[in-house]
Design a protein around this ligand. Structure first.
Ligand SMILES: C[S@@+](CC[C@H](N)C(=O)[O-])C[C@H]1O[C@@H](n2cnc3c(N)ncnc32)[C@H](O)[C@@H]1O
Length: 500
């Protein structure tokens, strides 16, 4: 009861037998100024009056229809708000059975009689918790959360949670406490920034790292991978099936390769990056390289300049293969073009037959990259190098750092420690993206991964990652790949990347 008088946004999940009490309760709460997102089984839902809820009431026994709350539309929206709040640590109260119905009735009665919470008092409670979070006052914060658990899911007028405030001040103990209590680190404020993004902007490395690692551990524990976050260049929310892309007609225009939907498969601005990848993959002549994904042929051009003894190219798209033929790649000395998907080709290449591998496909997810990495260990000769276009999750630096670290952890587990070379890319400018449906990159810094298979001989130097290219900076494993002082440039809205 105390809780219901304090929250100003409540979620209700009710089974059909509790429909009437749930609707009466909703009406009385709304009359007291509390926004309600009610998902009532078998009852048409109204648009929730709120975008987040602070506490959840579960009314009734299990719903008759197991999928009752998963539907599209308002019912599903209201229930997903409630489930998200539960996941974010919101207090939950359940009432069921005959006594539950009686309890709801008396609750309604009591609410009608009770004075409405003084908004000034509510603001004071929030201010107290926010100050404790920002000051890294663990005890004060714990006390506030014990008394008012709904503060865990409260948002202020900027849409920020306590975790955002702790992160902005670099309050690491408060951040850990909030995360331990289930605070949702994915929540975005009105500027679409997560707590991690805020820590980055505020220059708080320790808190940034702990939020990234928290996100990473969740990712690793997720039974079902979360596709939108595992976004390789171009993979869209639905994770386009590769066949779909392969059946599209592509067009080469003004230094770009576009798909049928005008999404950019590859763009000329990546040329300096491709050059860096090529230089680092082939530090000397007469090495054996395999590149996956020809695109504009930029990286292959730079690789060829370094005179490899064998140059394998795997390419799946007929339009790209036609362009390669037109440009004479099939007849080049030392070049072997493998026509088809890498998934069907790499297993046929002999183990230990390559000194370097580059991977840059399109419309594939992190899972595909990980699957490819399984083959890399087998294909590389001792001392061999592996790199890939690192365009993962470009819409948020926290997400990007999470995937950089995930890839590093996956690679090291396969015996391929991976260093990161930070390249200053500079601002790309809006004009770069004109005529392209969605962006696939935004940061002024690029985190180039270079994994190496340990050499057999003990004489091999292991410091050669530090012989970086001009203007580069190395973060050698296990150093953290992203630093809060790295220049990123202005942050773009997620819509620029085709996300909500
Ligand atoms: C981003 S482009 C590569 C750009 C290239 N690094 C360059 O420097 O121009 C991606 C390429 O991967 C190809 N591709 C996509 N999926 C593939 C797959 N499963 N196997 C082989 N090639 C694939 C695409 O057709 C496209 O040519």
């Amino acid at each position: 009861m105390g809780l219901l008088t304090r929250v100003n946004a409540l979620g209700i999940l009710a089974s059909a037998e509790f429909a009437q009490p749930a609707l009466r309760l909703k009406a009385v709460l709304e009359s007291r100024g509390c926004a309600v997102a009610a998902a009532v089984e078998a009852f048409p839902a109204e648009q929730p009056q709120t975008s987040h809820v602070q506490a959840v009431l579960v009314l009734g026994d299990a719903p008759g229809d197991p999928d009752a709350f998963k539907q599209d539309g308002e019912l599903g929206l209201a229930s997903s708000l409630a489930f998200a709040a539960i996941a974010a640590g919101a207090p939950v109260k359940a009432m069921n059975g005959k006594s539950g119905k009686e309890d709801v009735s008396s609750l309604i009665q009591d609410l009608k009689e009770l004075p409405i919470l003084d908004p000034h008092e509510a603001r004071q409670r929030w201010a107290q918790a926010e100050a404790a979070a920002a000051a890294d006052d663990e005890e004060g914060l714990e006390g506030a959360l014990e008394s008012w658990p709904e503060l865990m899911t409260h948002r202020d007028s900027s849409g920020s949670t306590l975790l955002h405030h702790a992160a902005s001040m670099g309050a690491d103990r408060a951040t850990s406490l909030l995360l331990e209590r289930g605070a949702d680190a994915d929540l975005r404020n009105k500027e679409q920034a997560t707590a991690g993004d805020i820590a980055f902007r505020a220059g708080k490395q320790t808190v940034f790292e702990s939020l990234v690692m928290h996100r990473l551990r969740r990712e690793q524990q997720a039974e079902v991978p979360e596709p939108p976050q595992k976004r390789q260049k171009g993979a869209d929310r639905q994770d386009l099936a590769p066949d779909h892309y392969l059946n599209q007609q592509l067009r080469y225009e003004e230094g770009r390769l576009l798909d049928a939907d005008s999404k950019a498969v590859m763009m000329g601005w990546e040329a300096p990056l491709m050059k860096h990848h090529a230089e680092l993959l082939l530090p000397e002549q007469q090495l054996r390289i395999c590149n996956v994904g020809f695109g504009l042929g930029l990286v292959d051009g730079y690789l060829a300049e370094r005179e490899p003894s064998e140059h394998h190219i795997i390419e799946a798209h007929r339009d790209v293969l036609a362009e390669m033929r037109r440009r004479g790649w099939h007849k080049r000395k030392g070049v072997v073009v493998h026509e088809g998907r890498w998934q069907d080709i790499v297993t046929q290449l002999p183990g230990g037959s390559l000194d370097a591998i580059f991977f840059d496909t399109w419309s594939e997810t992190y899972e595909d990259l990980r699957q490819f990495q399984d083959e890399v260990t087998r294909l590389l000769a001792p001392g061999g190098r592996f790199s890939f276009f690192n365009g993962m999750a470009p819409y948020s630096i926290t997400e990007h750092a999470t995937f950089c670290r995930l890839a590093q952890e996956d690679l090291v587990a396969m015996g391929l420690p991976c260093d990161i070379c930070k390249i200053e890319l500079g601002e790309l400018g809006n004009e770069t993206w004109q005529g392209v449906k969605e962006r696939y990159w935004q940061f002024d810094s690029y985190y180039l991964p270079l994994a190496r298979k340990p050499p057999q001989s003990s004489q091999a130097k292991d410091s050669d990652c530090l012989e970086g290219v001009k203007g580069s900076q190395w973060r050698c494993w296990p150093e953290f790949p992203v630093r809060v002082l790295d220049r990123l440039g202005p942050t773009l809205p997620r819509a620029a990347f085709g996300l909500d």
